[in-house]
Design a protein around this ligand. Structure first.
Ligand SMILES: O=C(O)CCC(=O)C(=O)O
Length: 207
């Protein structure tokens, strides 16, 4: 059990050491550049997302907004499992934020210089997971992102935060459905040792 009370929102700056960031970036690039790797999803209105995405554990279908076992909106490929070391890392971060959870879904998003993600809620996970407020655990690698964090309604005021490489950000409990997005990537801020110019973000959830 976590030793701390659950916090609705936790921002752990510099959670990952430079070595951990390097190793995790390399693993993400294996998934993004491997067979059935990253692709740019088209959402149900017909627009193309401004990230390259690959899902582990379950695939998030950008046309139906449902999770599924194969990439039905893209190439029909099966979804690889979330690696054990990813689950251990995300569980440890969740625990540090006061949550006892082993995530079973990981979305890896790669942002180029013009990458961004519109304000949205993460609400496509199972009802029990959402109702329990099981958290979203986010890890940032590479270039800094201007991350927008709003309220439970789309029109609520939005706070802008600069998520840097190695930061972990957790939102759960009463904050689980808060709107969030990425308005831009700050050029030239990726640690050179990672070997990427853009940004990679991992979000973990329990379906
Ligand atoms: O890239 C980020 O920091 C946010 C990603 C996100 O909002 C998501 O995967 O739902």
């Amino acid at each position: 059990m976590p030793a701390v009370e659950p916090a609705a929102v936790s921002w752990f700056k510099g959670y990952l050491t430079p070595d951990e960031q390097r190793a995790l970036t390399a693993r993400c690039l294996e998934f993004l550049n491997g067979p059935a790797g990253g692709y740019v999803p088209t959402v149900r209105g017909g627009g193309r997302m401004r990230v390259r995405m690959v899902c582990l554990g379950r695939h998030w279908n950008a046309l139906t907004y449902r999770y599924e076992a194969t990439r039905a909106d893209h190439d029909g490929a099966p979804v690889p499992p979330v690696p054990e070391e990813f689950v251990r890392l995300a569980s440890r971060i969740a625990q540090d934020a006061g949550f006892d959870v082993a995530p079973d879904v990981c979305l890896i998003n790669e942002y180029g210089p013009g990458g961004r993600m519109g304000l949205h809620q993460d609400k496509d996970e199972g009802r029990a997971s959402i109702e329990a407020g099981l958290p979203v655990v986010s890890i940032s690698l590479g270039a800094t992102a201007r991350f927008l964090f709003g309220g439970l309604k789309r029109r609520d005021p939005v706070e802008a935060m600069l998520l840097e490489s190695g930061d972990a950000f957790v939102f759960g409990g009463p904050a689980r459905l808060r709107y969030h997005g990425v308005s831009r990537i700050v050029a030239g801020t990726a640690p050179p040792a990672l070997g990427i110019d853009g940004r990679i973000n991992l979000t973990f959830r329990r379906y």
